[in-house]
Design a protein around this ligand. Sequence first.
Ligand code: IVH
Length: 739
Amino acid sequence: MAPRALLQISNALRYNPAMAKNIIKQASVLREDIRRHDYAYYVLGKPVISDREYDKLFAELKAMEVEHPELVTPDSPTQRVGEQPIEGFEHVTHSIPMLSVDNTYDETQLREFDLRVAKGLGGESYRYVVEPKVDGVAVSLVYERGMLVLAATRGDGETGDDITHNVRTVPSVPLRLFGEDVPELLEVRGEVCWPWDAFRAFNAKREEAGEPTFANPRNATTGSLKQLDPRNVTGRGLQFVAHGLGRVEPLRARTQSELFASLKKWGIPTSPYSVEVDLIEEVIAKLEKWDRRRESLPYETDGLVIKIDALDQRDVLGATSRYPRWCIAYKFAAEQAETVLLDVELQVGKTGVITPVAKLDPVHLAGTTISNASLHNFDQIERLDVRVGDRVIIEKAGEIIPQVVGVVLQKRNKHARAIGPPLNCPSCGGKTSWEPIKPGHRAYHCTNKKCELYLNRRQRKNIPDRCRMITKNTDRGCDNSVQEVDHMVDLICTNPECQARVIEGIAHFASRDNMDIEGLGNVWTEKLVKERLLRSIADIYRLEIRYKEKLDQMPGLGAKSLDRLFQGIEESKKKPLARVLAGLRIGDIGLATAELLANEFGDMKSLSQASIARLMEIDGIGKELTERIVTYFQSEEGERTWKELSDRGVNMTQAKREVAADSPIAGKTVVVTGTLQSMDRKQIQDLIKQLGGKSAGSVSKKTDLVVYGESAGSKLDKARELGVEAIDEKEFLKRIGKS
Ligand code: IVH
């Protein structure tokens, strides 16, 4: 127990030091117990007590901390559930770039990789480790003196986002490491994934609540980690699996196998399926066995990763600009089945996009019975030349909804019916049209079947030679050539009053992440739209009057639920501007960007009048987004909607974060390192934000100031190396006028 905690003990206890000591001791013992049980459960997979007993211990600690809040330490197991949402994501520069891994699809390519390794190591002997390739989201965890101080996404490999608040809620990520020999600095890299069981349970709950379900665990994990509010992530059942290293000081392990043994000892979960092999032929001989085993693994995997075990040999082999030369991924082929395409259903979804969905004669595939499959879009239907009545090949590639990947032409029946894009919307009968290419732009798709841009299209000012596009947050596409096309891929219903469009738009506006109107989920929105009680988003705020006029014609909602609905609607009027912006999907933005805009403009009117130049000035708002925002406010529908909402009493403002005019750190990027005496990390981060500064997790050339406390380590060294100003806690307090 830190001496500081003793000093901060509450008044009541201060008069009785013996009792204080006792309570501190008890809390500390409880915490340690809980940590041990977490370790046994998440890392060793062998719980020693029942869930009930565990819950009891947890409740006991929680009760103690409620009674004596001064006892709470940041690494207490109770502190996983974040209390406060963050305002936006801070960028983090990785100490060593987070590269991705080159892919292979067959034995020949694996042998070629092995030959390159052998050559690179000049005749030295070597050994591989082989692990399942976890299909999750790559993250980096930084521990300083055993305490978790930062979790970041991969981003573009150089810079990612600080997602510490969400990763802290992942129960298998230790907040504090065990053991005596924990390195000063340990950066572990791995995947956050969503094990099937927990993922299915979560989807089932969403379905029950009438909310849309997630298509696959990986995308849903990405979405989870992008939440601003960590309370949304708690209890989802995400997991962490370590597979590599960033910076470690001092580094004692010589091989990955040694390293994994240490990580496990310190409490970090590694892959239990990692094996060591001497020859690539041993890997090749077992490919089929690994492939079969996939189904029984608790989380989704899409291949194997084969890596050199010895860390010094990894250094010898080095990396190209994108991939390390010491490792390779082998991607499994997706499982397939053959069945009959009974029909094609047209679904009208988000913003009026019409999507074809294959209705199949039910068939068994990779553990489930399939009766629906995705056809993606009309482009793909034409390319595959698939017709109703055909025998088709379906495949599961990480998606819950499988896809139609081919037609067995030899078995085509002469009555098979071709499917083209409909001229009219299947929901409202309105005219359909292809999503146009933006003025001044050209559209293309990739010619490589395996590339995601084969199914999709992209628009840019010029057609590139190759498909790959690398920007701050994306590294998408491949190195193949592209082909120009004359319209975008989506077929859209042009009628803004189309019921399907209206339903989706209202449900999005009312959803929990946006205006949070209880009772207005998909099911009820659909009913109310079909009864014509709701025809637009603005109608929500007229619903009570209309409903009362039409009351007896609309059975189904009890008086209590109705009250709750109307109350929810009334309360939503007070939501801050950012929620309205995200709810209206202005420029297709999410909440994080909406927060940025709301803070910048303060009210809807100013935002609606903002020029392109003004929007482009904002850090985090690019050109495309700017254009979409301006287009929204120039459109008749956009203007009418927000003005109607405003007329009906929906709040259109948001207080700017107060920044003292004389703040010495306004606009500056500040990094805090080491242990501070006067406050904890969260408090100082909040203070920095309040004073108009940005608090970042790692030191780079962009850092303006480093504030260091006791036993500051590598970050302080880095600041000195880069010539970034570094001041101690006392000096910082003086500058901001707090001492
Ligand atoms: S080793 C330099 N091992 O797959 C990167 N990566 O597609 C060395 N991945 O970026 C990575 N499971 O995020 C490694 N067992 C595993 C993995 C794994 C999943 C991810 C990793 C990597 C991506 C490449």
